[in-house]
Design a protein around this ligand. Structure first.
Ligand code: SF4
Length: 354
């Protein structure tokens, strides 16, 4: 399990730091446990890998200096992919805020090979003439993170209270209203609502398709582009029988946006894949086609919220949902959750499309 590092993990991390076979400290007293605590007190991020209650590796990155300070795996746990998983977790969070990362390591070491495989490039020797400087930029590391997701800085805010609740717009079906095309809630979302329905959150539920077409109804998808293109008149929104629903979809999208602005919505949680509420992925053409095709990009209603500057999370964005829950509950239990775009299906499907 990858989870955020706690001050109580420092002794175990430091023991690993002292036991590694490469990049050993020439003088073990050069880095003390106090240095870890001082590091964590600044604008930094750190994670550990925990296996059966034992810390098996850790990674620590300095946001201000854009420097990877430490990535170490206990010698008996090498070769199990732990370093890679820690590095991936770090990169996903780090590159949401920064675009360049540097580190120094011993030349011609296993560590150098590891970082080169991860996409780092050589920036020459450090001023001490002994260590190699390596650099990683986001485009080399991973596909761009969708801009509609809340930035990490969104969660750097005071914990909401009942007096000052976080205002969240929600797809009405996720909110438990039977407004799906067949009158259902499009699945069971009670676990999401179990931590979201509380005095510290004010939910504004809305179903754009029900607004324009009622329930039950046919299922619309975007043809010729995504929701932005439909808003711009470059693509159409068609019901499953081919009826052109563009006008009603656009009208509902702007109604949703106007309600959100009136209610001072700060964040939306919407149902991904929907031709209206989808945010990361939607269908390109009918979902009932024999060879259905997915596309990156939002549905029509989500596009109108994104253009209004409202960040959107979907029910599939586990990392962002966890960060939101941590904010609301005042906890820090982010583990190795992934947002939809980081998941295997998304990475595999769209890699094939290129
Ligand atoms: S349009 Fe949005 S809120 Fe309405 S059923 Fe579809 S996903 Fe849910």
């Amino acid at each position: 399990m990858i989870r955020e590092m706690l001050p109580s993990d420092v002794p175990a991390a430091h023991v690993i730091r002292l036991r590694v076979r490469e990049n050993r400290l020439s003088d073990p007293s050069k880095v003390t446990e106090q240095d870890y605590h001082a590091f964590m007190a600044r604008d930094t991020m750190s994670w550990v890998c925990e296996v059966d209650g034992l810390i098996t590796g850790f990674v620590m990155v300095d946001m201000e200096k854009r420097n990877l300070w430490a990535l170490f795996v206990a010698p008996e746990h090498e070769g199990k992919g732990i370093g890679r998983r820690l590095h991936d977790a770090m990169c996903s969070a780090y590159f949401a805020r920064k675009d360049l990362l540097r580190l120094s390591t011993g030349p011609a070491s296993r560590a150098e090979r590891f970082y080169r495989r991860a996409g780092y490039t050589d920036r020459g020797l450090a001023s001490n003439g002994k260590e190699l400087i390596l650099e990683l930029t986001q485009p080399d590391q991973m596909p761009a993170r969708p801009q509609h997701l809340p930035a990490a800085s969104f969660f750097d805010r005071p914990r909401p209270t009942a007096e000052r609740p976080l205002v969240v717009m929600m797809s009405a079906c996720l909110g438990g209203i039977g407004c799906g095309v067949d009158g259902s809630t499009n699945g069971d979302h009670t676990s999401l609502r179990s931590w979201l329905i509380r005095p510290e959150v004010r939910l504004v539920k809305f179903c754009p398709e029900d607004f324009s077409f009622g329930t039950p109804r046919m299922t619309p998808d975007s043809h010729g582009g995504n929701g932005f293109d439909v808003l711009d008149g470059k693509a159409r929104s068609l019901a499953e029988d081919g009826t052109d629903w563009t006008e009603g979809m656009v009208k509902a999208a702007y109604e949703m946006r106007d309600r959100a602005l009136r209610e001072q919505v700060e964040l939306a949680i919407l149902m991904d894949i929907s031709g209206a509420c989808g945010s990361t992925v939607t269908y390109l053409g009918s979902r009932f086609a024999e060879n259905k095709v997915y596309q990156k990009g939002p549905g029509v209603a989500a596009a109108s919220l994104i253009r209004a500057g409202i960040p959107v999370i979907s029910q599939r964005d586990d990392r962002s949902l966890r960060m939101l829950r941590d904010l609301i509950e005042g906890t820090t239990v982010l583990q190795d959750e992934r947002d939809h775009w980081e998941k295997e299906w998304y990475q595999g499907y769209f890699a094939q499309q290129q």
